[in-house]
Design a binder for this molecule. Structure first.
Ligand code: ZN
Length: 315
């Protein structure tokens, strides 16, 4: 079935890295399988960082291996450096994202590397990928984090983001993404930055936004992204998530609310919303005491609501 907007579920990575509890491997598998069964076609299942930094994600290789067995699912993983990329390739990830903090202070704190050092890692990863047989090459995204502002540096100049986007593409990334790691973005800024980055790297090199709901503007920022032609949005089931290295930043956009908004607007996501909402039960059971967010799951679907995805199926 064709879709209008791709929702990339990042809860198993962004969500789990920010909660104290460690979700058992079996629960992660059940979560990923259940979301895929509800129609989610891309899931960022983990991050290849040392277990001593993020013990919550220590089993990422096993999670990738499992997720690869689900037909039609794009299995994405985050990598902090070349070593992480080697592990991701060995595990068989379809897509890898390396975060480059537009704020250099954040980059030093998060990856302990300057911009120049991160770009060097990017070039190493590109060589690694180019050395693989064509059918084993993952898609490689440079994710510009803190693109809309930083809890350490404050304002991040758009010029800096545009320059780094160009450098990531020149280093050999397939695409770049913009991340509001800190929840600082506003809709006008989203439109402006997307337009400026696209003017630098081309329309097809920027298709996705990673937005947080820290200040309640997550869905407003999605609307701004839609208006300038963004077609992929990251979100997290139950709004689990945040950045452990950016104080005060918590909560991705809630996948359930995002699907509701898009489907209500007539945009097909391919996701069965009632089935997606059911998946929250797996999270509630595996992460007792962790807060789950979302207005749509709490309020229920409006009476007579017909999602765009189902209309398309009936047509
Ligand atoms: Zn995030």
């Amino acid at each position: 079935m064709s879709i209008d907007i791709l929702i990339s579920e990042v809860g198993p990575r962004d969500g789990l890295q920010s909660v104290r509890s460690i979700m058992p491997l079996e629960a992660k598998k059940a979560w990923i399988a259940a979301e895929a069964a509800a129609g989610v076609t891309e899931i960022e299942v983990g991050s290849f960082v040392p277990a001593k930094i993020l013990p919550q994600l220590a089993d990422t290789a096993e999670v990738v291996a499992f997720a690869r067995t689900i037909p039609g699912l794009t299995v994405a993983a985050l990598v902090p450096n070349l070593k992480g990329a080697e592990a991701a390739v060995a595990a068989g990830a379809h897509k890898i994202t390396l975060p480059l903090s537009a704020s250099e202070a954040h980059s030093l704190k998060n990856l302990r590397r300057t911009h120049a050092q991160v770009l060097e890692e990017v070039r190493g990863i590109v060589s690694l990928i180019e050395g693989l047989p064509a059918d084993r090459r993952p898609r490689f995204e440079g994710g510009l984090s803190t693109a809309f502002g930083c809890t350490l540096e404050g304002d991040v100049p758009a010029d800096k983001v545009v320059q780094l986007a160009g450098q990531l593409m020149a280093a050999g990334c397939d695409e770049v993404g913009l991340s509001d790691t800190t929840g600082y973005a506003n809709p006008a800024q989203v439109k402006g930055l997307v337009r400026r980055v696209r003017a630098e790297v081309g329309e097809h090199a920027l298709s996705g936004l990673h937005l947080h709901n820290t200040r309640g503007l997550g869905l407003a920022n999605v609307m701004a992204g839609l208006e300038v032609g963004i077609t992929t949005f990251d979100s997290s089931l139950g709004g689990l998530g945040g950045c452990p290295f950016a104080p005060g930043a918590s909560g991705n956009i809630v996948t359930e609310d995002l699907v509701f908004m898009l489907e209500a607007m007539g945009l097909r996501t391919g996701i069965d919303l009632p089935r997606l909402i059911e998946v929250r039960r797996i999270l509630a059971e595996a992460l007792p005491g962790e807060a789950l967010y979302g207005f749509t799951p709490e309020a229920g679907l409006p009476l007579g609501f017909v999602p765009a995805t189902r209309e398309a199926n009936f047509a």
